[in-house]
Design a protein around this ligand. Structure first.
Ligand SMILES: C[S@@+](CC[C@H](N)C(=O)[O-])C[C@H]1O[C@@H](n2cnc3c(N)ncnc32)[C@H](O)[C@@H]1O
Length: 216
């Protein structure tokens, strides 16, 4: 009996055709919902960041975090994750002894979530998530920097890192490599791949390129 009713309702539903106005309403409603999630949850805090520098949140996978940690093996000192999301890379680095372990993140929801994860892991006192624009942060104190950003910003970020980081700094990029640099070490495959760069090597290469260009 119940099955008959269900079938009847289903067949009525199938027979009903959506008119143009209903399709328009459905499309507009979906678009509005997507925009609300985008503006309210994924991208708040980005109003003052130029559109070409805005990078949406996409968390690193377990494999990506583990590849980053492999590349940081044997290193110590302070670490900064630029665009730290829910804080997973900073939290892992903190548990491996990096100190200070700092994440820079513009999205206030993600900063709160990151602190929640750190609190749950009992690490909230040794970790710091700052709601700051990574482009305005002075990076000169960090010996280790991790970056999971979009290709559109990596070229500009190269200049900032070269100008500010100390000579013994190591940079680890996940998901996308820096466009003009050659990595000293690579870990993982496909989308999980991560690349490490020694700032000293990069500066030497740039200096010798400049000398070569001047003399030729
Ligand atoms: C692809 S996600 C990476 C998140 C995290 N590092 C991870 O690997 O799980 C990039 C993050 O950078 C943040 N972000 C983008 N531009 C930023 C900026 N100018 N200053 C601070 N954070 C920024 C975004 O909100 C987003 O959470």
């Amino acid at each position: 009996m119940e099955d008959d009713i269900q079938e009847e309702v289903l067949s009525q539903f199938k027979e009903r055709r959506l008119g143009g106005w209903q399709v328009l309403q459905l499309t507009a409603g979906t678009g509005l919902a997507v925009y609300a999630v985008w503006a309210g949850i994924l991208m708040p805090g980005f109003r003052r960041v130029p559109l070409r520098l805005q990078v949406p949140y996409m968390p690193a996978s377990r494999a990506q975090v583990s590849n980053v940690m492999m590349l940081l093996k044997g290193r110590s000192g302070g670490i900064a994750d630029l665009g730290s999301g829910d804080g997973r890379i900073v939290l892992e680095a903190c548990s491996k002894g990096f100190s200070p372990a700092v994440g820079y993140e513009l999205n206030p929801w993600l900063v709160r979530l990151a602190y929640f994860h750190a609190w749950r892991a009992g690490q909230h006192k040794s970790i710091s998530y700052r709601r700051e624009d990574l482009w305005k942060v002075d990076l000169s104190a960090y010996k280790n920097v991790t970056v999971f950003l979009a290709p559109s910003v990596l070229s500009l970020l190269q200049k900032k890192l070269l100008a500010e980081l100390p000579e013994d700094a190591l940079i680890v990029a996940g998901r996308f490599p820096f466009p003009d640099w050659t990595a000293c070490k690579v870990e993982g495959d496909g989308v999980d791949r991560a690349w490490a760069y020694h700032i000293q090597e990069l500066r030497h290469r740039y200096q010798s390129q400049d000398v070569h260009e001047e003399t030729s």
